[in-house]
Write a protein that binds this ligand. Structure first.
Ligand SMILES: Nc1nc2c(c(=O)[nH]1)N[C@H]1C(S)=C(S)[C@@H](COP(=O)(O)OP(=O)(O)OC[C@H]3O[C@@H](n4cnc5c(=O)[nH]c(N)nc54)[C@H](O)[C@@H]3O)O[C@H]1N2
Ligand SMILES: Nc1nc2c(c(=O)[nH]1)N[C@H]1C(S)=C(S)[C@@H](COP(=O)(O)OP(=O)(O)OC[C@H]3O[C@@H](n4cnc5c(=O)[nH]c(N)nc54)[C@H](O)[C@@H]3O)O[C@H]1N2
Ligand code: SF4
Ligand SMILES: [Mo]
Length: 746
């Protein structure tokens, strides 16, 4: 479908850009700030920070008012991730600090797990409780049987503590539940993964292809801003999405694909580019490996073949392929970020990488730039003990191409199995709400049942804290120092986070929690410093800066050491693959026994009366972490389920009517969710925003609002190559009457 270009440009100049250029979100203010009237700017103070509301990590300034109260957060103009502009979530981060539901003291469980009964404890008592059990576990099973799940900045300090204790089993959900498949696919093709921020050179692109990547709702700041600029400069946007996403509504082409069939479209595009000779022969010869095999492989994968699978018309497939080729090499087939969809995700992303390889966009202006990050040395510490067991022992011969630990893998390896020398006995969970984050909740709960110790470190009472034996309250990012932000970009840049206020209540930062727990475990040699300022100052001095300088400037940019971020035309360039070339035919995959070139396989489709459950982001929320944030809750307080009007009519469902969803395994959503009847979604799918339907009553604003997608994701399609958890193979039907309690709990 071709969308209206003129209308689209009009939207773009005030659209995506204005989303990124957020005004301070002051919809909600704590009472004392409301009554204080305007702030006396001359008495305001500013403290550098980088945002923790999502993992784009924009650097900015936290302002305090004349009373020393945290007032607002704005972007740092020098910051490459934000260009000085925060997204609505980042600006609304103040609400995380003022949220009255925050965890206030350490808590120790008094009833069975999940019952949510806790008593207040002192930090000493909580640390003693944890250390005693960790020592017992180390003696009885080995320290490797303790795992750390962590998502966020404090993970560095806790990871150090765990490695000193003797375990390397450290994991984040941002790999096997998020970007893992694309890292493996791009590594196999170009010898380099993508990392964060993705090195997409969107600002100079002539053609951006988004395959389920919903920039504009996915508010990854720099990308959204660059996309808006690229649109204004006349770039062609092609969006492939079963839903008319914000990005699709601003695109020249919207391809409303049948879900789960993208690989067929990608192969047909490759077919057109090869068969119509739309590639640069000299480039292919010099830089790629396996072109002839690829040509043979896609020989029959015509647009007509793909039409039958994807429902995208052949002439549209041809036209869009030509658009890409015309823009080449300033073209980006965007790799996406959350790509664990259908279990063959590494292969789908391989097709994306191959297409980029054929079009010569790697290392090219307007394609992918070669990012660089600055090396910041670690504070000296004794050598870590060498672990003798790893999570991988549970999967002999499997997932060899996975470069990071799988969160779902640790979960699986926790479920007792006599064949394993180490089933996990303790989880330390920092900044990840595993109950809402890992698919197949039954499995997560069953794994946790067999644990001897669960520690949750969080800022909020969440689903996961309800299952902990001990809860430790971390202070928010606005009240703490953290690890230095060392991120890749066009130029290497670092950023400092420092507190703008003392931690509220009895909350403490992760660096302190790691050090104090380390001491109780007899690991004080690994923490030879009084406070974090000492560590940061030492690290910064090693690279020619200092804590004092960074407190003043917040971010610092360094000159590149690795030459240009672009590969010059005709330059001799060796890729980090076994052939030194872009591997259109992957030897690494072949060696592991997988298809060296992607093969399309059909995925199950919903039965009559069922619809595919797809999910994504809303611009003003991040996962489940912001739904109780007073500022952001004001902007969106519940999710809704998008249903095509044809389907709604069939079911007699009206717009705004509350309904319940029931999945293919009979799981019914605990809470009702509002119907949004809209042409913007295909008839065979329904869509909800992830992160709602909170079941923890301590979340006074978010409890019971909307439906949780995770609850309904019981079918997981595991990627055989790297173990990613494909989550979009679930189908739901509608209940228009309130289900009985038994039905909900079945
Ligand atoms: N069903 C479903 N599952 C998904 C996804 C999906 O779209 N749908 N998305 C997947 C993706 S892409 C990702 S990256 C993951 C994200 O997974 P998570 O990172 O687990 O996401 P959140 O739900 O935001 O959980 C974050 C937790 O950290 C806490 N927290 C916030 N700030 C701090 C802090 O400063 N310190 C500490 N200690 N805790 C803090 C929050 O209160 C919350 O409990 O989820 C994956 N899982
Ligand atoms: N506001 C906000 N922004 C965020 C986040 C957040 O929580 N809030 N989280 C960040 C994180 S960690 C991540 S990983 C990213 C994730 O964001 P992205 O990587 O951009 O997107 P996905 O979550 O993979 O996909 C969501 C889109 O895929 C479409 N879709 C569903 N099924 C299919 C299909 O079969 N084929 C195609 N082509 N499309 C399909 C959906 O309709 C939806 O528009 O967002 C990041 N940005
Ligand atoms: S994109 Fe928004 S939420 Fe994410 S780090 Fe930047 S300002 Fe914060
Ligand atoms: Mo993610």
């Amino acid at each position: 479908m071709k969308t209206n270009r003129r209308k689209f440009i009009k939207i773009s100049s005030v659209g995506a850009g204005s989303l990124a250029l957020a005004k301070p979100v002051l919809g909600w203010l704590p009472k004392f700030l409301e009554s204080e009237g305007p702030l006396d700017d001359s008495k305001a103070k500013k403290f550098p920070t980088y945002c923790e509301i999502c993992f784009w990590k924009c650097a900015g300034w936290t302002y305090t008012n004349d009373k020393g109260k945290i007032w607002k957060i704005i972007g740092n103009d020098e910051d490459l991730h934000s260009n000085g502009r925060f997204c609505p979530r980042g600006t609304g981060g103040v609400g995380m600090y003022y949220d009255e539901d925050r965890l206030k003291t350490p808590l120790i469980r008094t009833n069975r797990r999940g019952k949510e009964e806790f008593r207040k404890a002192s930090w000493d008592e909580a640390f003693d409780y944890i250390a005693e059990r960790m020592k017992k576990i180390a003696n009885k099973y080995g320290p490797e049987c303790v795992a750390l799940f962590t998502h966020g900045s404090g993970g560095h300090f806790l990871g150090h503590m765990l490695k000193a204790y003797g375990s390397n089993n450290i994991t984040a959900p941002s790999y096997a539940q998020c970007r893992g498949p694309r890292e493996v696919a791009f590594f196999a093709t170009f010898g380099r993964g993508l990392g964060s921020p993705e090195p997409t050179d969107i600002r100079d692109t002539k053609c951006l292809v988004l395959i389920g990547s919903h920039l504009g709702e996915n508010m990854h700041n720099g990308q959204v801003q660059e996309m808006s600029d690229a649109i204004d400069k006349g770039a062609t946007i092609i969006t492939v999405d079963p839903r008319l996403s914000t990005a699709a509504s601003k695109s020249k082409y919207w391809l409303p694909i049948k879900p789960a069939t993208d690989l067929a479209l990608l192969l047909a595009w490759i077919h057109v580019i090869i068969n119509e000779n739309l590639y640069d022969e000299a480039y292919i010869k010099k830089y790629t490996y396996g072109f002839e095999q690829l040509k043979e492989h896609v020989k029959n994968m015509t647009p007509e073949w793909a039409y039958g699978i994807t429902t995208i018309q052949p002439h549209i497939i041809r036209e869009t392929a030509r658009e890409m080729a015309n823009a080449s090499p300033a073209v980006i087939i965007h790799p996406g970020r959350h790509v664990t969809w259908y279990g063959d995700d590494t292969q789908r992303l391989r097709a994306v990488a191959i297409l980029n390889g054929l079009l010569g966009s790697w290392g090219k202006r307007g394609g992918f730039y070669l990012p660089e990050k600055h090396h910041v040395p670690e504070f000296p510490h004794p050598k870590y003990p060498t672990p003798t067991k790893s999570w991988k022992d549970a999967f002999p011969g499997q997932y060899n191409l996975a470069a990071e630990t799988l969160a779902s893998g640790i979960c699986d390896a926790t479920i007792p199995n006599p064949d394993r020398s180490c089933n996990f006995k303790a989880w330390i969970i920092n900044g990840t709400n595993l109950i809402e984050t890992l698919p197949d909740r039954k499995k997560t709960l069953s794994a946790m049942e067999s644990l001897e110790l669960i520690v949750a470190i969080d800022t909020m009472p969440m689903e996961i804290t309800g299952y902990a034996d001990v809860i430790l309250p971390e202070c928010t990012y606005l009240e703490r120092y953290d690890d230095i932000r060392v991120a890749q970009h066009r130029e290497p840049q670092i950023a400092l986070r420092m507190p703008a206020a003392e931690p509220m209540y009895e909350s403490k930062p992760d660096w302190w929690i790691a050090k104090e727990l380390g001491k109780r475990l007899g690991l004080e040699d690994y923490f030879p410093y009084e406070n974090i300022e000492e560590v940061l100052d030492w690290q910064l001095k090693q690279i020619g800066s200092s804590l004092e300088e960074m407190q003043r400037i917040g971010v610092k940019t360094f000159p590149r050491q690795e030459g240009s971020p672009y590969i010059a035309d005709g330059e001799d360039y060796e890729f980090n693959t076994s052939t030194g070339k872009i591997e259109l035919y992957s030897l690494a995959l072949e060696d592991e026994g997988f298809d060296p070139m992607p093969v399309f396989t059909a995925h199950p489709q919903p039965e009559n009366g069922f619809y595919r459950l797809i999910y994504g982001r809303a611009p003003m929320h991040t996962f489940s972490r912001t739904s109780n944030n007073p500022n952001l809750h004001d902007l969106m307080d519940e999710n809704s389920v998008w249903i095509n009007p044809k389907v709604a009519k069939l079911w007699g469902i009206k717009n705004d009517q509350y309904i319940w969803l029931k999945n293919q395994d009979g799981i019914v959503s605990t809470f009702a969710v509002k119907a949004r009847v809209t042409e913007r979604i295909r008839w065979d799918s329904v869509y909800i925003v992830h992160g709602f339907g909170h079941a923890n009553k301590r979340l006074s604003r978010a409890f019971g609002n909307g439906a949780s997608d995770t609850q309904l994701i019981t079918n997981v399609m595991t990627d055989p190559i790297m173990g990613g958890t494909g989550m979009r193979g679930n189908f739901v039907t509608f209940l228009t009457e309130e289900p009985s309690k038994e039905e909900v709990e079945s």
